[in-house]
Unconditional design. Sequence first.
Lengths: 313, 272, 292
Amino acid sequence: MIRVVLTRFAWTLVILLGVSFVAFMLMRALPGDFAIAAAGSQSVSPEVLDAIRRDLGLDRPLLEQYFLWLGHALTGDLGRSFVTKQPVLSELPARFVVTFQLTLIAAIIAMTMGIATGLASARMRGRTDWFVRIYNGLILAVPNFVVATLIVLLAGLYFPQLSIFNYTPFLSDPIANLGSLLLPAFSLALAVSVTISENTRAAVLEISSQDFVMVARAKGLLPRTVLRNYLVRNALTPIITVTGLQVASLLGGSILVETIFAIPGMGQYLFDSINSRDYPVIQAIVVLAASVVILVNMLVDIAYARVDARVKA
Amino acid sequence: MSDPTLILRVRNLTARIATRKEEIHAVRGISFDIAAGEAVGFVGESGCGKSVTARAIMRLAPEGTSIALGGSVDFMGQDLLQLDEKAMRDLRGRRIAMVFQDPMTSLNPVMTIGSQIDDIVRRHTELRGRAIRQRTVELLNLVGIPNPERRADNHPHQFSGGMRQRVLIAIAISCDPDLLIADEPTTALDVTVQAQILRLLMRLREERGMSLMLITHDFGVVAGMVERVNVMYRGEIVESGSVERVFAEPAHEYTRALLHAVPRLDTAGRVL
Amino acid sequence: MSTVRAMVDTAGSQNPPADKRQRLTNGQLLLGLGIAMLAVLIIVTVFAPLIAPFDPSKTSPNSLAGPSAQHWLGTDSIGRDVLSRLIVGGRTTLLITAVAVFLALAAGLVLGLLSGYLGGMVDEIIMRVLDVVFAFPVFLLAIAVVAALGPTVPNLILTIAIVYTPAMARVVRGPVLSVKEWDHVEAARSVGVSELRLVLRHVLPMVISPIVVATSLTLSHTIFTVTALSFLGLGPPPPDPNWGGMLSEARQFMELAPLTVVGPATAIVFATLTFIVLANGLREVLDVGSWR
């Protein structure tokens, strides 16, 4: 078990290095001169550009630049925004917290909906199964940014009194905060819930045909006991794994959904930075979000290996 | 029921299994009796309908299939085929219990051994609270699990195949059933462990006066375990009689073929 | 003796026996629907300039107009015909999608076949490198690349192709590994058929089904990625229309002209749905197990 964890951990480090290297190289491969981009305008005197180059270490070999940048990044120095000239890290944490909240709520909604429909589909079969599967197929075809846009549209048309763009920080009013995140989280959760639903259905169907379920029924246990203790408890591992693997989709989607609902999270920050060509911020957010996804995937893998060892040993 | 000593009286039982793909006529009108305290063997190769017969009595179909049953299964005065599902559930595990073939897959991997016995005790007895666990530990002790108090909190993967089958037997006898159906209880086990499990089943049957329906493909298993044996072939009982008679002078050629295929226990012992 | 028909308990799930013909028909129905939807997409893409009633870039003072006999879906904020933009924009979106997936498929096919067939060190190296790319969150990677290199059509295509190559390679490699142990492949090898010939003649046909299904699913994912990038302003540059960009533009005026939102939204959903339906139909008909 320890070996599994260590191997997985080492592998994660390699991937993180790969991500950081790609992110670094991309920003150095910008069309035009990085220093000009950093200066924010074309009409800068050559002396100023030289100063910027020296300041950013652009005069050194590329690999050295990378390790320099990586060292800075690891010590919390993610560079300065081209636009505000402030350290990226002064803005990012607050943004991250908002996105974290949004994705967490979305994950809870997605799990609740997905498990409910998946269970119904697997247990009732027949017409319910048919309905759920068609619903899943349709919903899967609706991207989260379309859902979000349509929700905003419908709310604007039919519930104009609902102020959906009113993001409230958690600390100023927790209830209003949750309220303001509910619709965005729902649009983010919808497609993810379909994945969870389909996987729940498959897991429950597979477990239903296991011998221990037959034994449970031969005991004369009530159907709800069999469902809870034998089917759901065993299906939970694959369900949680699938949900964990959807973090990438949730974080990626939050970029779109935050932009649409005007939520001041990491996604909106990224969107704004793309528009203002604020490359250090883009770089920082991509590296941070990718790292979160990769770390969560690692944790899911390790947790799964642990459960698997207990089940299969 | 006419004969009070009879515990099970099956008449003209038919079972058709419908899966998503096809319909199989698995049991084609069989009739047999099991008396109180009697052990009866059902022998035949796989697919002959012996396991379906057991499932038919329990009215349990594998997931994704349904079984249409015909005939009558008279269990201590009530026709099981006429009972509603709720009544059947009350009966399963309490009056008729079953031990399955593969102990490696028959226990829930995410529940402790103890809680898998607790739940049937809670379902069918008046015991509550700590008394349930007491009963569970007693049962584990009875089937020969060492350190039952401690072992009750272990998960299935911490047990060997033989030990798991003991746990499954503990589950089956937990509510003192009148009839125990053992469907190939030793097939998946090592040869040395097989004998131990069979001896355990014998002992429990004698101690508790249960009837035993022992299903196997192996004539070697029924020898010395049961009084009477039914030989099944293609969904029908082709021969039935006392073990001694069937062994000594098999009437049906299929029985002879089966007997021939299995090394006699005495000669097998010498080979080993 | 009375004969009763007792339905046996199956823990609540009694599905009536469906015969095999019925199931096949479902798959074929789905596939037929998928092909029909695909045909619509292809026709609209190929003949876009002919079908579009107006020049998609031609502005007019008649802005944000509702649907009329002339403009079926109304006009956008600078008076361009929404329907025409939708038709021509579909061409951009779908071409990027199709070319990107084709490139990913080609690269994945080569890498997967090499990896699965040669095995050993080659397999190890290819799969490890692909694993690193695979572990990247697709959408974030695409944003980073396009933001850095600039949102041009070739950049979009290349980025998306790279991002989906590992998944394709994996889909190819799995079946190849199992297929190459099969008897007739072994037999052909023992008779001295060249390796390349073996791969092309015997291995490739066996892995076609899972690849077809995977390609279809990847197409549906790619439509999401392309339109989402465009939605964020990382799509093909204006004034050429594309669905994601249209949706994003329409957002600003959607209370005045809801149809400008509904049009591109419907188009995106329809295209995505096409490939999902197609994938499911193909999976049923070709009898491919689900893959991830």
